[in-house]
Design a protein around this ligand. Structure first.
Ligand SMILES: [Zn+2]
Length: 395
């Protein structure tokens, strides 16, 4: 296996390029079956929670087995020296063995691409397995030469955004949410990666939204009233918001926007994708999990105001949740983050929508219990995700 440092049109990443082998269709079926049945093809159980090392090993295995379908981008190292890996999957990843990644990239067929991430919050372990199952199923479909909306796009999947928090949750404190970075002046460890994006990062309240994006004075007043009313109805959400500036809070947004390697490196990767015309990044999907409910959300999170294309996103979300409900009978709530879940600042989805300019940006909150991860829970949520993506890709 050769290792290259890719620096093409500002995409900076280490790419593992494996020697070309004939695609083993039977093996592909086994790997996909691992996601469906829980077998251990490639050394991982895709119905359970795996360790960071098992995940990295499995991703290495599939990239070596299917070099024309899979590429691994290593974004670099976290505070505890773990890698954040982006898995690129698609027919378009076909590259001659002898060419450099930069040369090979020029040969790519222009296709729409989808970015999907999971594991931002340490305790949301099941989202990681769900993302791994998606990787498994996509590879199976592509290597069997199936033609569907799933195989006609290129995928960028980050199954584990926060490996440090994930391992801490697995091994030490099950309910751990943040990463494991430390900052001068604070005795507490960790930042909530999904409060650390450079988008209205310090806007706990609408009044603090930067002038250039805050809208008219009238809108600001309405927004403030909406925020106060929301706070009155849901006082727990107000606490969540205020916590973003408190280092010991599990919602701490960090000492500054993009202070965290995880959000910074991911944002750079996404931004670079949007700058390469051939990539045509059209949709972003972020997997999270929560107790007591399941939701399909889209921006904005920092304010109650609706995004300009609210009707289109809401209609799409309605169609997606209708199909998701057919999988296991669970109805997902849907709508803007602020109006449906809670209002908060520095969110990844707001950044992708407002800064990266990807309109089809969704957050899925699948049902979780944050204790154990029964295979049934993972399977249901995976089925629901697949149904949602099916609608999204056809739209
Ligand atoms: Zn989460």
């Amino acid at each position: 296996m050769k290792v290259y440092t890719l620096n093409h049109r500002s995409i900076v990443a280490t790419v593992f390029v494996c020697s070309l082998i004939i695609v083993d269709v039977e093996s592909a079926a086994l790997i996909e079956a691992a996601g469906e049945t829980g077998s251990h093809e490639g050394g991982i159980d895709l119905t359970a929670i795996s360790s960071y090392h098992q995940i990295v090993k499995w991703l290495g295995h599939i990239s070596e087995t299917y070099p024309s379908t899979v590429q691994i981008h290593d974004l670099g190292r976290t505070a505890e020296n773990r890698s954040i890996l982006v898995v690129e999957i698609g027919r378009a990843a076909e590259k001659p063995e002898t060419s450099s990644p930069a040369d090979a990239r020029k040969q790519l067929v222009t296709r729409p691409s989808v970015f999907l991430d999971a594991g931002t919050h340490g305790r949301e372990q099941i989202t990681v397995t769900i993302a791994l199952r998606l990787i498994s199923k996509l590879i199976g479909a592509i290597t069997r030469n199936e033609t569907s909306q799933f195989t006609e796009v290129k995928w960028y999947i980050t199954p584990l955004v926060n490996p440090d928090g994930y391992e801490y949750s697995r091994n030490i404190a099950r309910s751990w949410r943040k990463n494991r970075s430390t900052h001068p002046g604070s005795s507490c460890t960790g930042v909530d990666i999904n409060r650390n994006w450079r988008v209205h990062w310090d806007s706990d309240e609408p009044e603090r939204v930067p002038k250039d994006t805050a809208g008219s004075a009238g809108n600001k007043i309405l927004s403030s009233v909406a925020w106060l009313w929301s706070s009155f109805l849901h006082p727990e959400n107000t606490v969540r918001q205020l916590g973003t500036m408190t280092p010991c809070s599990e919602l701490y947004g960090g000492p500054s926007p993009f202070s965290e390697f995880e959000s910074r490196s991911l944002s750079q990767f996404i931004l670079n994708l949007t700058r390469v015309p051939a990539e045509r990044l059209e949709s972003c999907f972020s997997l999270h999990s929560m107790t007591g409910n399941q939701e399909l959300l889209f921006p904005y999170g920092y304010k109650i105001d609706r995004v300009p294309d609210y009707e289109a996103l809401n209609s799409l979300a309605r169609d997606m949740t209708r199909e998701m409900a057919k999988v296991a009978g669970r109805q997902y709530k849907y709508g803007g983050v602020a109006e449906t879940l809670y209002q908060s600042s520095g969110l990844q989805c707001d950044w992708i929508y407002s800064v990266a300019g990807v309109n089809r940006t969704f957050v899925v909150e699948v049902a979780d219990n944050f204790r154990i991860a029964p295979a049934g829970l993972i399977s249901k949520a995976f089925g629901e995700l697949w149904a949602a993506l099916d609608v999204l890709l056809k739209a």
